[in-house]
Ligand binder design. Sequence first.
Ligand SMILES: Nc1ncnc2c1ncn2[C@@H]1O[C@H](COP(=O)(O)OP(=O)(O)O)[C@@H](O)[C@H]1O
Ligand SMILES: [Mg+2]
Length: 280
Amino acid sequence: MAKVERVGGDNLAISDLYFSYNDELPIFQGLNIDVRPGEFLSVLGPSGCGKTTLLNLLSGFYRPDVGSVRLRGEPIQPEDPHLGYVFQASNLFPWLSAVENVEFGLRMTTRMNQEERREKARRFLQLVGLKGFEDYLPTRLSGGMQQRVSLARALVLEPHLLLMDEPFAALDAITRETMNDELLNLWDELGQTVMFITHDIDEAIYLSDRVLVLGRPPGGVFRELKNELPRPRSGPTTRTSELFWQYKKELITDISTVTSQNPRDEAEMAEVSLISKAEG
Ligand SMILES: Nc1ncnc2c1ncn2[C@@H]1O[C@H](COP(=O)(O)OP(=O)(O)O)[C@@H](O)[C@H]1O
Ligand SMILES: [Mg+2]
């Protein structure tokens, strides 16, 4: 692995948070979540339960109606250099090479010269296993490799909090498992706090120290699972252990309860409104 400094993590505190989109049904009503420095937290929930909304509130992109989101005790600002994001779509600039994409963020936030930036970007690309692909344009890279570039682009800023919104959801199962292992290695090395959003139960269990299941809006945290699976984790051993299966059974039950709680995801909402229009 390339040489990088351990960055450590910050404490994240979501306190009594209320949020709704334009006076519609509230998404969160008095949400409280504490994430300790260096913790790997997964947030699990069916589509439409507010996972992306939560992440946008954490990134400072949306403001809470009431309550607060604090990183190391201070309100989060979108331009906070201690924040890193990785989204489901890699969002790379198609006209920039892999190394230029990674370097881009450094240009905005640090006072390094061009040569230092390039060197650091190369080091982080190597860290995510892309040595030799520095000059490739995104279109010449596979989906998994593109997500590696976006991971490098987030990590190069040495964030103390890494926000990830279903980053591996579009990848095939085998690539996803490899990426899960690599993410754990990187986290072990760098030590950031991670908030990892997913709708995949296996992924949530495999990665995290704790899993939160979100209920339907404005349900908030439906359940908290403290994950006692030992680390370091490894595919065959961890995924076939008794405890893994026990957690999986519990979470499948939770998700099915949440899903049937109030069947109002976007598709169903649209259906309801079509029916009521037709009837009205
Ligand atoms: N910009 C928006 N304006 C209005 N409603 C939104 C907006 N974004 C999301 N929603 C609604 O908020 C709810 C939660 O959405 P989202 O956070 O995207 O859920 P998830 O990421 O868990 O699938 C959904 O009912 C969705 O339709
Ligand atoms: Mg989402």
